[in-house]
Design a protein around this ligand. Structure first.
Ligand code: ZN
Ligand code: FE
Length: 261
């Protein structure tokens, strides 16, 4: 049993701010606090104190609450990416850096996962991945200030983690993503089953996140760029033959950007 509780704090329309705590202690950590209000409300209701903030990338829906939270909790340490502009960072993290939190009970390792943005990072510990807007349940982030090649390589890197890793992404985009996944692989039985299960969760008001890496590998087309059916669908859309993860990835991402979203 992981002693760490990971709690979703919904923010804006579809963001999740992840709050990490250990039952019975007052310390907690938040990941990507785009808005201070849901965090402050939870901390007050539960009588907790904020000791750290983890930032994955520079976008405002992931950083907008940092300043106000720091005013309330001046001793909270703000961690974030070394290679993109995020204001108010106390520690700039390079690939492979280790972050020790919650009195040493949670140790995270930093993975550089550029592509959505140029310096996006993820935080990995035994069984958990906080990946911001890189990998989503059923999909992946758009390419904004990084490149398609970077995002393709970053997803390959995540695909190498243990299959039981829980994927804590930063948005509830799952059902929309799975609709596109179904365009790509209309006959993927694991995908069709996932759509039913996640529709049921949303109908009951539950998050579909976290998922597991194993489920993503079975159903998320952006992690399946070497599966023959996925390659064929991407080639059909592109109107030419494609080879390698990067080419297939780029065609899928452009297909979704142009025709689906
Ligand atoms: Zn973003
Ligand atoms: Fe975002």
């Amino acid at each position: 049993m992981n002693p760490i509780d990971v709690i979703p704090l919904p923010a804006f329309d579809d963001n999740y701010i992840w709050l990490l705590r250990i039952e019975g202690t007052p310390d907690c950590v938040v990941v990507d606090p785009g808005d201070e209000d849901p965090v402050l409300a939870y901390l007050e209701a539960q009588d907790l104190q904020l000791t750290a903030m983890l930032i994955t990338h520079k976008h405002g829906d992931h950083t907008g609450g940092v300043k106000a939270l720091k005013q309330h909790w001046p001793r909270a340490v703000v961690y974030g990416p070394a290679h993109e502009p995020v204001s108010a960072l106390d520690r700039k993290l390079e690939d492979g850096a280790e972050v020790s939190l919650l009195q040493g009970k949670m140790n995270l390792r930093v993975l550089n996962v550029p592509g959505h943005t140029e310096g996006h990072i993820a935080y990995h510990s035994d069984g958990l991945l906080f990946c911001g807007d890189t990998l989503f349940a059923g999909g992946c982030g758009r390419v904004f200030s990084g490149t398609f090649e970077q995002l393709s390589d970053s997803l390959r890197r995540i695909a190498e983690l243990p299959a039981d890793t829980l994927i804590y992404c930063a948005h509830e985009y799952t059902l929309a993503n799975l609709g596109f996944a179904r365009w790509v692989e209309p006959e993927n039985a694991a995908l069709l089953q996932r759509i039913r299960e996640d529709q049921e969760k949303r109908a009951r008001g539950l998050p579909t996140v976290p998922s597991t890496l194993a489920l993503e590998l079975a159903t998320n087309p952006f992690l399946r760029t070497d599966v023959p059916d996925v390659v064929r669908a991407a080639e059909k859309w592109a109107g030419r033959s494609l080879s390698g993860h990067r080419e297939v990835f780029k065609a899928l991402r452009q297909w979704k950007d142009r025709d689906y979203d």
